[in-house]
Design a protein around this ligand. Structure first.
Ligand code: NAD
Length: 469
């Protein structure tokens, strides 16, 4: 068992001058040093994974479920130290739906994944007996982003292990330490080689997606990188699950109880300081309710402190990296130039340490402003007034992405009728972005293909072997 006094005990030793310094986005101080993996490291990891995978499969489903439960226990034993490291590296606060919440989700997802019924079944009739047995694909490559680095890695790894695959993880180059630490804890309970990590940048990811020894890539990240992975998967016909970018719309209907929904509207957009794939990134509001919605949201924002994640009062943090700060800053500036009104925020302190962008509400905005039609991935919400519900539905559906969406109303049946017309993998009613390990989750259009979670998710990490007769 790993003995852990503080988060540095969970970090690998890196020879001086060979690693990548990882910066705390709240303070710009160094959190630790990550190894910089190479394409050769991918080969070594894949060969080792192939060597152990068949034995791992032979362990059987019940034994693997037991290992997932033990991994969940191990995470819970180290929850606070993992949350602290995550907060330092990713920037998200400990409090609120942030670092402690993310670590909690890791153990919850492992437990849930161990609890699903096996997808195997037998079709029996007078003239057929066919057994459908879901068998592991072999070696899975798990490539992840920097926004929810631990939780998303678990989303990829848990079903892969449950189905008997070995996994090679490639975390984002911005948040490798959190993932290395989490995998170290989990590896205390797993057979050697079944779960490995190769850190590094896009080159390492690209080496994985072209590797003949990798049977499936689970990818979560931007649509641009997703497209590259699709291209490179052609050579080996590597299977893919792609969870890509989104630009989720929320539509408030004219019967919504604004005071009742304000808090959930806020978190639907600002969870993880807006750096969430299925966060609400544009909000359509009936013109008659516009002033009330704006006033209610301003009130919630004012009561949601932003700052260094280790300070318990804060519930919003910095952008994770400078590049992301610059994207958000540019989009708000362009909106202003286009005549939009900044209702709150919009004025970062450029000289202060950290990549903090204040929670920002933007109104009177052109519905085709880049801030509306591009994925802003930050603590900014454009609010667009509408007169005609049909127009709002058209606007929600007009983009080439379709991850999530939401409808807000006091009449559930009415909301469900509008929801049925929205083009997205998930449409929430009176909420946005809540995911559950039992319910499939995935995108349409350029938000990707394949689903994660639940029995559907398990099938994505296996192939059906049919024994007919
Ligand atoms: P990104 O695409 O820049 O990077 C994601 C990962 O891909 C990183 O590990 C990176 O090193 C790797 N990578 C880069 N180039 C590669 C290549 N050519 N081949 C293989 N791998 C390569 O994404 P990001 O900026 O880290 O994450 C933010 C994006 O992720 C946003 O668009 C967000 O919406 C999306 N996202 C989607 C979901 C979802 O479930 N749909 C969840 C979280 C984030």
């Amino acid at each position: 068992m790993t003995t852990v006094h503080n988060y540095t005990d969970l970090l690998p030793h890196v020879d001086s001058g060979t690693g990548r310094e990882i910066i705390n986005p709240a303070t710009e101080e160094v959190v630790g040093v990550a190894p910089v993996g190479t394409v050769d490291d991918v080969d070594v990891a894949v060969n080792k994974a192939r060597a152990v995978q068949k034995d791992f499969d032979r362990l059987g489903d019940a034994a693997r479920c037991d290992l997932l439960l033990k991994a969940a226990d191990a995470i819970e034993q180290h929850a606070e130290v993992l949350a602290e490291l995550l907060s330092r590296e990713q920037g998200k606060p400990l409090s609120g739906p942030n670092a402690r919440f993310e670590v909690g989700a890791c153990s919850a997802w492992l437990r849930a994944t161990a609890s699903f019924e096996s997808p195997d079944y037998t079709a029996v009739d007078d003239d057929i007996t066919a057994t459908v047995h879901y068998r592991p694909l072999g070696v899975v490559g798990a490539i992840g982003p920097w926004n929810w680095p631990m939780m998303i890695t678990i989303w990829q790894v848990a079903p892969a292990l449950r189905m008997g695959n070995a996994v090679v993880v490639k975390p984002s180059e911005y948040t490798p330490l959190s993932v290395l630490a989490l995998m170290k804890i989990i590896n205390d309970v797993l057979p050697d080689g079944v779960l490995q990590v190769v850190t590094g940048d896009g080159e390492v990811g690209a080496a994985m997606s072209t590797h003949a020894g990798i049977d499936k890539i689970m990818f979560t990240g931007s649509t641009a990188t997703g497209r590259k992975i699709v291209e490179s998967s052609a050579a080996n016909l590597t299977r893919l699950t792609l969870e890509l970018g989104g630009n989720d719309a929320g539509i408030v209907l004219d019967d919504a109880d604004i005071d009742a929904i304000a808090g959930d509207l806020f978190w639907g957009a600002f969870i993880n300081t807006g750096q969430t794939c299925a966060a609400m990134k544009r909000l359509y509001v009936p013109a008659a309710q516009y002033d009330d919605v704006v006033a209610a949201l301003i009130e919630v924002v004012k009561n949601s402190p932003m700052g260094v994640g280790l300070e318990e009062d804060n519930v919003l943090g910095p952008l994770q990296n400078k590049q992301q700060f610059e994207i958000v800053d540019r989009l708000v500036k362009e909106a202003k130039k286009g005549g939009a009104t900044v209702l709150l925020g919009g004025e970062p302190d450029y000289g202060a340490p950290g990549y903090f962008y204040p929670a920002t509400l933007v109104g009177d905005i052109d519905p085709d402003s880049p801030l509306v039609v591009e994925e802003q991935f930050g603590p900014v919400l454009p609010i667009i007034a509408y007169e005609d519900e049909e127009w709002a539905i058209e606007q929600a559906n007009k983009l080439d992405v379709g991850l999530g969406s939401s409808v807000w109303s006091s009449d559930r049946e009415r909301a469900r009728r509008v929801a049925a017309r929205l083009e997205a993998g998930t449409t929430w009613i009176n909420g946005h972005g809540g995911v559950d390990p039992r319910v499939p989750f995935g995108g349409i259009k350029s938000s990707g293909y394949g689903v994660e979670f639940g029995a559907e998710g398990l099938k994505g990490l296996a192939y059906p072997h049919i024994i007919n007769g």
